[in-house]
Design a protein around this ligand. Sequence first.
Ligand code: ARG
Length: 593
Amino acid sequence: MTNPEVQDVLGVMEFSFNLSQYFEKVVSEAAERIKTVDETFEPQMRIADERFGDFQANGALPYAKRNGLNPKEFAQAIVEKTESSDCWEISIAGPGFINFKLKPKFLLTWLQELGDMENTKRHLLAGSPRRFVIDYSGPNTAKQMHVGHIRSTIIGESLARLLALQGHTVIRDNHLGDWGTQFGILLYAIKREDISLDELGEEPVAVLEDLYRKGNSWVKKSPEALNIARLELAKLQNGDEENLSLWQKIRELSLGTFEQVYELLGVRFDYAQGESFYRDQVKEIYSVLQKHEICTENQGALVVFHSEHKRFAKQPFIIRKSDGASNYATTDLATLAYRKKEWGAEHIIYVTDGRQRDHFEQLFMTVKKWFQVERMECPTLSHVWFGTILGKDNKAIKTREGQPVKLMKLLLEAIDRAKKMVQEKNPDLQEKEVERRAKIIGLGAVRYADLSQDRTLDYVFSWDKMLALQGNTSPYLQYAVARIHSLFRKVGKNRSDLTKTSISPQSDSERKLARKISFFPLAIEQTTKELKPHTLCVYLFELATEFSSFYNQEKVMTEDQDTQNLRLFLCAKTQIVLELGLEILGIETLEQM
Ligand code: ARG
């Protein structure tokens, strides 16, 4: 995909979107030319310390130490075996770090080759696309989605976008909790109160939730009530028509409510099969795991012990309860087999909170054993887990009444707060436009506050922090994008006019900005490897900060046309990368804020 012009500057080198991977290859090839070096040598590419270069290979040092070589001499030997190039300079820093510094002309060519938005997206496409299933959101029917589901929905959606943009096939599956023992109690309460599910009003799921709570307190007080609830559950599980149709109705009402949240967040699932879909497949699971002696009977239950594991040798994975009922584990086993068989899943990603870590570890171990005896290839399995959202008191966030915070309410409040911000800045703006901007800023703020934290950590929810125009926030990034739009308006140019420039980045801040843009592919690579969106957020924040200092230091609207053109070109590239990064995070941008 190299155009002749690039060839010209790059010599024999083809355009490499990911420069880190390119230099990795350069170093590996140089090392291969040294006869004594074996295949345990790894270049270990990093972003270099700005003072020394742009990309740095750290691998010479550990290799030399392992093999009793002098690190500096070994690094020097690699440098000598590296083919010379007009594109970069190579040097050694410290005890044996090999640094590459991109020449301005090369940096410029790289940026030009990046192209417009469409072209940049084309560069993202992976060489070998795979089939992913992403299991996220997964709320429980008859209950409102609470703030705990926000992380799964937001993180899962962002990973889905990240992988889809790289050309992978992504199947988005909403694994609803729609087949649990709670339905016995709920059905009992519905009948006892003689409720019609068609007349639940504006917030049907809130009513169902209350009913469930009532039912729960009844069965706790009375063994008789508990018995009736059990019978209702058994009837449902045995296919009783009345109960099934009530259950179905509850499911529809719940999905309708969830849909409002998804609509607001721009989330769309390919499937929402949920636990109930697999209820007839659980017998098959028992028999196949019994046949292969992967599970055993234990005090009436069917369980899997993993003797090779410290904890799971004693802490069993229960796949059938002692009362004969299936559970979360059973449906997850059936679901996994189904995704492999019916959808050809090559990689399955589960996005849930960290308290389910044991469940997934045991699930994965069990499935691997099962697939191995059947000589089936097991999909790659990843549990993408996350921490808790905390309130100001550093405890899991709750309403003043001590209830979990409802997701819909939270999103609407974010929009409301953003609305005040927009109105303050633009007192004369039309109401409709105020609302449009408020939605983009408010929802972006909630999303980014979540995604910008390492997902494995808990974080404290703060309206002021997430809506601030300064700092690592979505409004700050959106503002950088809007500022560039305003520049283009001032000079009367479109981004599409700014595809080429005749001079290379020269000043310190021009160079720094160009360099930062060239790290984008690496940020995407790392985010994908770790399935951690905050890595991308860190990069975008650094890029916006770099842009900000560039903007403060350099006059974009300078007299000299070539310089002006170069600076506008750098703005255009910055904007493309910011917009694309935000798109992956599910955040829209604005031309004016
Ligand atoms: N319903 C579950 C919950 O609310 C999440 C489902 C996650 N997916 C799965 N395949 N287990 O915690």
